[in-house]
Design a binder for this molecule. Sequence first.
Ligand SMILES: [Zn+2]
Length: 167
Amino acid sequence: MAKRKIRILGDPVLREKALPVKEIDGQLQQLIDDMAETMYEAKGLGLAANQVGEKLRLFVLDLKQREGSPELLVFINPEIVATEGEIYEEEGCLSIPGYSAKVKRRAKVLVRALDREGKPFEMELEGLGARAVQHELDHLEGILYVDYLSPLKKSLFKRWWKKHKPR
Ligand SMILES: [Zn+2]
C-alpha cells in the first residue's frame, strides 16, 4: 500500500466530473487500498478518488474509526436512490484543510453501489453517514461543500483561504 497526495482546493482535478468505473481489477483494488491508507493517515472520514487525482466514480468512508473500531466502506459507481429529511451541520474536507462550515444536507439516504469485489449492495445511512455520502458523491461531480455557502460566507471563506492555503 502507498499513501497518495491529497489534492487541495485550486487543483483542477477537484472540479472535474469523475467517470464510471468499468473494470474492478487488481489495479483498482490497489487504488482503493491506497485511498484507505491516505484517508486513515489524514484522519478523514471519507475520501473520493479525484481527491487523489483519479477521475473515477469511487470513494471510501469510515464512520467508526474515530470510535476506535475502524470499518472501511467502499463505494464504486455510487448513486443515491432515495432521500428523506434535512439536516444542517458542520462539515470539513481534506482538500480544504483547517476550514469547516455548516451546510444543508438530506438527513437520510439510500445508496446503491458496488463494493471492493464488485458486488452490488444497498445501504441506508442517516446523520453523519448520510452527510458523508453526499459530500463524497459531490466530489465525484466536481462539487465542493463550500460551493453551498451564501455569497457573504463564500467571500469570507475566499479571504480566509488566501491566508491559510497550504503551500
Ligand atoms: Zn471532501
